[in-house]
Design a protein around this ligand. Structure first.
Ligand code: C5P
Length: 220
């Protein structure tokens, strides 16, 4: 039978990735970080020397995008072809171009298909899929759909604590501009019908995991 799907969306810096991975581990589910896939594709485009603004060239590169990702919660890797890009996709240079390639409809359709087949290949009871359009596009019929939010202030503070190589203002400005660009393509700042909001502004990491697990347990 197909695995249960827990769909989690939210803006950058909401703690989504680490919270989703930890929640998946607690309940023995697989975990798919779709942002990592968009980042891997942006890395690939840049590695090929393709201008991210050149939509035709970016779309033409899609069939050659050979991507693999670990979905067991403890299996933390992303590869493009033979290259391990787990760390490289977190580079600010990748963050700077990811929204540009992610707004192309052909790219979204291609990756959405990829996410659905990865989810279907899960051998566990279920899989937590996390991103921007999981509750609305990738898995709109998932039994459990969560929007993980936090105030802009809290999100900026968390992200700049993670990134020590840039000033807090630089981090905040890059995050804001990425959220602005992404919001034009998919709606992830407010919950769609039937989606449960978890606001982590006043919660620490453990409390946020518990709040997400509470939502999951209401349905399980
Ligand atoms: O989650 P993360 O911040 O790593 O996502 C990186 C980028 O990937 C986002 O800024 C967005 O442009 C894109 N993305 C997307 N749809 C998703 C997940 C990520 O467009 N479901």
């Amino acid at each position: 039978s197909s695995p249960h799907i827990v769909a989690i969306d939210g803006p950058a810096g909401s703690g989504k990735s680490s919270v989703s991975r930890a929640a998946a581990r607690r309940i023995g589910f697989d975990y798919l970080d779709t942002g990592a896939a968009y980042r891997a594709f942006a890395w690939f485009v840049s590695d090929r020397g393709i201008d991210p603004e050149n939509t035709d060239a970016v779309v033409a590169a899609l069939p050659g995008f050979d991507y693999s990702i670990g979905i067991a919660p403890d299996e933390h890797f992303v590869r493009v072809g033979e290259t391990d890009v787990t760390d490289a996709i977190r580079d600010p240079a990748v963050s700077a171009i990811v929204s540009t390639v992610a707004r192309i409809p052909e790219v979204r359709a291609h990756l959405t298909e990829l996410f659905r087949s990865i989810a279907a290949s899960s051998h566990r009871t279920g899989i937590v899929i996390e991103g921007r359009d999981i509750t609305t596009v990738v898995a709109p019929t998932a039994e459990i759909r969560i929007l993980l939010t936090a105030s802009e202030e809290a999100r900026m503070a968390r992200r700049s604590a993670e990134i020590s190589t840039q000033s807090a203002e630089t981090v905040a400005e890059q995050l804001r501009s990425r959220d602005r660009a992404d919001s034009r393509v998919v709606e992830f700042m407010s919950a769609a019908d039937g989606v449960t909001t978890v606001d982590s502004t006043h919660l620490d990491f453990e409390q946020t995991i518990d709040a997400v697990l509470d939502v999951i347990n209401t349905y399980r």
